[in-house]
Design a protein around this ligand. Structure first.
Ligand SMILES: Nc1nc2c(ncn2[C@@H]2O[C@H](COP(=O)(O)OP(=O)(O)OP(=O)(O)O)[C@@H](O)[C@H]2O)c(=O)[nH]1
Ligand SMILES: [Mg+2]
Length: 403
């Protein structure tokens, strides 16, 4: 499963964001370092189910979606807050960053309201510039990786001399705790513009810092959640949004209100409203007190103005934009789009763009991957080879030998 980490400075709303998805019983409080041990849970990306596609003539048959939407699971991780100077041991230090090892992407939850300082202490609304948090968070990640590289530098140097092992191989080993591939390291070395790549002794401190930055950029894709948009001054949201056009990091900044999403999900679970994560409106479905109605109306205005609470949009854009996944529907009957029991569009898989028909076979079952013969595009009934690169919303039958 895809793993996404929710990280950022203390008190920015990470656990609220996490809870809005998982409805897990996690601690939320208005002071720093509420979370110490990481919370692990399941969030869902929301996609339009194919059963609503007119051409397929399936309307009403699929029993695997809610009102035409499918929710596909991804793993999310809520970690302790990271403060400036964590790499020197400030706050809880950055040891816990090792928890980010499996994370393919990071949602950097920023308190856009400016009501918490760099360390997460409560200050007056708007008093803190949230752009600083974005810069420092990245800097801490870079310094975390830089620290790991420098700790192993001498040993790596000796092994290059004695064993002739490639530096990217050694760095990948050294950075095993970060979750970086050799390929990503190769790309990062190239991008860092180190003058004499083959002579490790010539690499300066500055070279290693640049290298760390490029390793982080490649291995931990990041999106910025401008949280607490419900109370954030417009000025702050605007400033954060401007990060998208400044600099060269191709930043994605999305305003959100984790608190609003949590309120709506909770109300929906208790049948007070009809609401699906990602909706831009909701219906009040039961008797509510005046106070509840007032609270719900406020959230209604917010999500109408912003096109949702932003929380679902963030998860979706992480998966489809940052990480480039596609949704593929495997079927056994290419005429009925069903499995052998007649269940229409029984499954939907998230696969990395560029995955092949054989990769899909392996995702369904390793035995099916091993005995793959060919695949059929159920839409066109055309035969596909094992190297066929899957497209978003493909419906695929895998044909395999049943020895
Ligand atoms: N207004 C508003 N408040 C929020 C929002 N999200 C979180 N909060 C509040 O911010 C405070 C911190 O929330 P947490 O979810 O505990 O923050 P955290 O980032 O997990 O904090 P640590 O675990 O201490 O690092 C709580 O008082 C939340 O109610 C939001 O979208 N809007
Ligand atoms: Mg927390």
């Amino acid at each position: 499963m895809i793993t996404i980490a929710i990280a950022g400075k203390p008190n920015s709303g990470k656990s609220t964001f996490f809870k809005a998805f998982t409805l897990a019983d996690v601690e939320i409080a208005a002071y720093p370092f509420t979370t110490i041990a990481p919370n692990v849970g399941v969030a869902y990306v929301r996609v339009n189910c194919l059963c609503k596609e007119k051409e397929l003539e399936l309307a009403g048959v699929c029993g695997n979606c809610i009102d035409g939407f499918r929710f596909l699971p991804v793993e999310v991780l809520d970690v302790a807050g990271l403060v400036r100077g964590a790499h020197e041991g400030k706050g809880l230090g950055n040891e816990f960053l090792d928890e980010l090892r499996q994370a393919e992407a990071i949602i950097n939850v920023v308190d856009a309201s400016g009501a918490t300082d760099a360390d997460g202490n409560v200050v007056e609304l708007g008093a803190h510039d949230p752009r600083e948090d974005v810069i420092f968070f990245k800097e801490e990640l870079n310094m975390w990786v830089y620290g790991i590289i420098t700790r192993g530098w001498h040993k790596m140097g000796r092994r290059v001399e004695l064993e002739g092992t490639k530096i990217e191989r050694l760095l990948a080993e050294q950075l095993a705790g970060v979750g970086v591939t050799e390929e990503q390291i190769k790309g990062a070395i190239l991008k860092s513009g180190i003058p004499d790549k083959s002579n490790m002794k010539s690499w300066t401190e500055d070279d290693l810092k640049k290298l760390a930055t490029h390793i982080v950029l490649r291995s931990k894709r990041m999106i910025i959640a401008a949280n607490k948009a419900d109370i954030a001054p417009d000025e702050n949201l605007k400033k954060l949004k401007e990060l998208e056009s400044e600099g060269s990091d191709n930043e994605i900044v999305i305003p959100c209100s984790a608190a609003a999403e949590l309120a709506l999900r909770t109300a929906s679970k208790n049948n007070i409203i009809q609401y699906l994560s990602g909706d831009t409106d909701f219906v009040i479905a039961s008797e509510v007190t005046d106070r509840q109605r007032k609270g719900l109306e406020q959230i209604k205005n917010l999500i109408r103005a912003h096109g949702g609470t932003g929380v679902q949009e963030i998860i979706n854009r992480v998966v489809f934009e940052l990480l480039d996944y596609v949704v593929v529907y495997p079927v056994e009957d290419e005429h009925k789009y069903s499995d052998s029991a007649g269940r229409v569009l029984p499954d939907a898989y998230l696969l990395k763009a560029g995955s092949t028909a054989r990769d899909l076979a392996f995702a369904v079952h390793s035995d099916i991957g091993d005995s793959f013969l060919y695949a059929i595009d159920a839409r066109t009934k055309r035969r596909l080879g094992e190297k066929y690169a899957l497209q978003n919303n493909d419906i695929i039958k895998v044909v395999y030998s049943s020895r």
